[in-house]
Design a protein around this ligand. Structure first.
Ligand code: ADP
Ligand code: ADP
Length: 230
């Protein structure tokens, strides 16, 4: 997996809110790093600077040593998979079309996309014959989240960014989805940054946990075992 370096990242929004103030973090390739901290401390802002949904005011993001600002947008979409709370599936597109979003952008041929879509739906536990023609509103919340994972993984990204991926799901399904995420990781080891405000989830899923306070100040950066011991 590719390492990620956040180098003195700063984001000040146009309304003068400094959401992220000089955050530096070295993330090892293949690790799941959890960003945890109170609501409004800047976690989402950090993720959105990594995939360039927003531009930093200062500092740099390096993915595998390369500054993301020098990567062209299409390749960046391929390099970085992104999963958000409530998934953000396109409501007027089928499951198959949603999962194929990035491959279509990349100009893959239809057969390859169809085969890849089926493979991914199988991977996330949604039988393609049953689910690929459905629309998002015809799925349960947990199923939509699975489609979101499949879409994020479609073009085999190098990095996976997950912003509160389980928090919109009811507690029972949340546990199941977390277990599936751990199972998926056995076969798909990508450098992953996962945002949550749930300490149990952080401990369960993280290789490393970055504890943030307001303005994304780094309070601790430790393994779950170190955090529990300390
Ligand atoms: P978290 O993900 O930890 O809840 P965010 O990154 O969403 O935190 O927000 C960090 C801070 O930046 C908050 O004070 C929030 O109100 C502010 N913020 C987020 N997005 C914007 C925006 N588009 N414009 C102005 N302020 C914003
Ligand atoms: P889950 O346990 O995955 O969250 P639910 O209990 O919400 O699932 O849903 C159970 C079944 O009902 C699922 O197989 C799902 O496909 C189906 N289902 C849920 N919502 C809808 C809907 N709006 N339209 C059609 N089928 C639905």
């Amino acid at each position: 997996g590719a390492p990620i370096t956040l180098d003195r990242l700063v984001k000040t929004y146009p309304n003068s809110t400094t959401a992220v103030d000089q955050l530096s973090l070295d993330i090892a390739g293949g690790d799941v790093t959890v960003l945890i901290g109170p609501s409004g401390c800047g976690k989402s802002t950090v993720l959105r600077m990594i995939n360039r949904l927003i531009e930093p005011t200062g500092g740099r993001v390096l993915v595998d040593g390369e500054d993301v600002t020098s990567v062209d947008p299409v390749r960046l979409r391929r390099t970085i998979g992104y999963v958000i709370q409530n998934v953000g599936l396109f409501p007027h597109q089928t499951v198959r079309a949603n999962v194929g979003t990035v491959p279509r952008m990349l100009g893959w041929d239809k057969k390859t996309i169809a085969a890849r879509t089926d493979e991914l739906l199988d991977l996330v536990g949604l039988e393609p014959g049953r689910y690929s023609a459905r629309y998002p509103h015809e799925l349960s919340g947990g199923q939509r989240q699975r489609v979101g994972f499949a879409r994020a993984l479609a073009a085999d990204p190098v990095v996976l960014l997950m912003d509160e991926p389980f928090s919109a799901v009811d507690p029972i399904n949340r546990g199941r989805l977390q277990d599936e995420f751990l199972r998926l990781r056995q076969s798909v080891r990508k450098t992953t940054i996962l945002v949550t405000h749930d300490l149990q989830e952080a401990i369960k899923l993280g290789d490393k946990i970055a504890v943030l306070s307001d303005h994304a100040h780094l309070e601790q950066y430790a393994t779950p075992a170190e955090l529990l011991a300390g």
